[in-house]
Every structure is written in structure tokens, then in C-alpha cells.
Design a binder for this molecule. Structure first.
Ligand SMILES: [Zn+2]
Length: 200
């Protein structure tokens, strides 16, 4: 199961080192393998050179790959790895990716900041994804209801102060992303992060 570049370019598949099922490469998380004994570096964009191993970005698969020896079996080598540390590394990469997507949306002016602007954009049908701070309060229920009526996905991410820092405010509890492509990638990354945080 050591990965090579010989597979077809179209829809390549990989075997999950946890549940051992095959799946599309993009549905799995790649780790690059370095050194002896092997250490793993998350490679979510599948760009790092050298040997690698893939696993579903789910807590259960990660746990089986670590504790059940799936990583070692796939790489045919002793692997030094700690489940919580690995999950934490992956989560921090997802967080960084989400922040990168938010900044890209800001640069394109494809965001509505704050409750009032988000509500107006929702009513116009301009919102692709609604993002709420985890510690946000205010008119949360009203906004979530409006989003549900219009089939707009809702993502929870970060805190009010963290989101605020990204946009140059003290705090920000709500923002609406208006760009479809950015919003769908952000929703995909956020859902992976949520899967990873779940208990085994
Ligand atoms: Zn799996």
C-alpha cells in the first residue's frame, strides 16, 4: 500500500490505512512519511514528495491507523505517532485552510460581515455559506432559520475574537460568504474538521 505515482491521473484511488477500504484520493487525507523510524507530516493538498500514506480524515480511521498498526503496515516500517498529536496537527491545518479561504473571500469582497449584512444578503439569496463563531450569540437562531429556509449551509468556526481579528474588527460573530467556490471548499474543510473532532 506504499503509494506511487503510477496510478491513472483520473480519479486516483487510495486505500485507507485505518478501515482499509479504497476511496477516491481526494476523500482521504495524505501523510508524507519521513525518517527512520517514520514520522508523519499531514499533507492535505497531496503535494509533498516521497512516500506517503492515506487515511480517511475521521477520528475512527485515524485511531485504527495509529493504534491498530495501519500506518506501520502500509509503510512497512516502524511509525512513531501519537493519535491526539496527529489529530491536532491535522485540525490546525484545516483551521489554517479555513482562514485562508476567508481571507480569499475578503479580498474578493465576497463576504457580508455581521448579523445585519448577513441577514440582508440571505434575504437577497446571495449567500453561499453562513459562518458563525462558536461563541456567537445574538440573532443566531434567526439567521440559522433564514439559512435553512433558503438551503444555505451553516458552518461553525472559531471564536468571535478570532474571526474579528481576520477582518480587522474586535469581534465578529457572523459572516456570510457570497462566493460559491470558496464557500463549498470551506464547507468541505469544516465538515472534515468536525468529523475529526468527533469521539471514536
Ligand atoms: Zn477509513
Amino acid at each position: 500500500m506504499v503509494e506511487t505515482d503510477t496510478e491513472a491521473r483520473e480519479a486516483p484511488e487510495r486505500t485507507c490505512a485505518g478501515c482499509r477500504e479504497r476511496d477516491a484520493a481526494h476523500a482521504l487525507l495524505r501523510f508524507a512519511a519521513h525518517g527512520e523510524p517514520v514520522r508523519l507530516v499531514p499533507d492535505p493538498r497531496r503535494r509533498l514528495p516521497g512516500r506517503g500514506v492515506s487515511v480517511h480524515p475521521r477520528r475512527a480511521c485515524l485511531a485504527r491507523a495509529v493504534k491498530g498498526g495501519g500506518f506501520a503496515r502500509s509503510l512497512r516500517a516502524k511509525v512513531v505517532v501519537d493519535l491526539d498529536e496527529l489529530a491536532g496537527l491535522v485540525l490546525s491545518q484545516y483551521e489554517a485552510r479555513i482562514e485562508g479561504l476567508l481571507l480569499a473571500a475578503l479580498r474578493k469582497r465576497a463576504v457580508a460581515l455581521g448579523g445585519d449584512a448577513a441577514r440582508a444578503a440571505l434575504r437577497e439569496g446571495a449567500v453561499a455559506t453562513l459562518l458563525l463563531a462558536r461563541d456567537g450569540a445574538g440573532r443566531r437562531d434567526e439567521l440559522v432559520g433564514l439559512a435553512a429556509e433558503r438551503g444555505v449551509p451553516v458552518v461553525e468556526h472559531g471564536t468571535k475574537s478570532k474571526l474579528g481579528r481576520l477582518v480587522g474588527r474586535d469581534e465578529l460573530g457572523v459572516l456570510a460568504i457570497l462566493d460559491e467556490r470558496i464557500a463549498s471548499e470551506l464547507a468541505a474543510v469544516a465538515s472534515r474538521a468536525a468529523d475529526l473532532s468527533e469521539a471514536e
